[in-house]
Design a protein around this ligand. Structure first.
Ligand code: S3P
Length: 171
């Protein structure tokens, strides 16, 4: 693979669950942008939002994206809001390709389960309304991806297989 594959989609779409084994299958590094932000800050995403605010988090997200430009091809999993800033996409694509992991909001929430508490934007009284709103706000950006995989139609191996096909087809 010559360029990054960026997995985009709602929280709970499976970006990290798919990204790690996909990177292994492709023999390239896996970059979890949220984990990288947490490492640099020495705080969890939840703490960053609470103590430093969302704009600070978004700034870090942008910095890490910039750094990725000169890095060897990787499978990259940014947080679900990464696509909302067109500058992030413009920094990497081309040559990077975006893969949209599709999931319905209700299914995404069910997948997150207790982990929902680690997602500040979903730690609100009506999480289904929040995640549905996030999808509406981001739908056009998600759908601008180079490929979409409906994660409700395939199991984990199936999703990985579909994306690996794309990666080998396009380099
Ligand atoms: C966010 C998604 C989270 C994390 C942060 C904001 C979002 O990542 O980056 O809580 O704006 O949708 P996941 O998509 O991995 O949950």
């Amino acid at each position: 693979m010559k360029s990054h594959l960026v997995l985009v989609g709602l929280p709970g779409a499976g970006k990290t669950s798919v990204g790690k084994p996909l990177a292994e299958a492709l023999g390239c590094p896996f970059v979890d942008v949220d984990a990288e932000i947490e490492r640099r800050e020495g705080k969890t995403v939840r703490e960053i939002f609470a103590e430093l605010g969302e704009p600070h988090f978004r700034k870090r997200e942008r910095e890490i994206t910039k750094n990725l430009r000169d890095k060897p091809a990787a499978v990259v999993a940014p947080g679900g809001g990464w696509v909302a800033d067109p500058a992030n996409i413009a920094l990497l694509r081309p040559p990077a390709r975006l893969v949209y992991l599709k999931v319905r909001p209700s299914v995404a929430l069910a997948r997150l389960g207790k982990l929902r508490g680690t997602r500040p934007l979903l730690s609100r009284p009506d999480p289904l309304a929040e995640i549905t709103r996030l999808l509406e706000e981001r739908r056009v950006a998600y759908e601008s991806a180079d490929m979409a995989v409906d994660t409700e139609l395939f199991d984990l191996q199936g999703v990985i297989g579909k994306i690996a096909e794309l990666a080998s087809a396009g380099g």
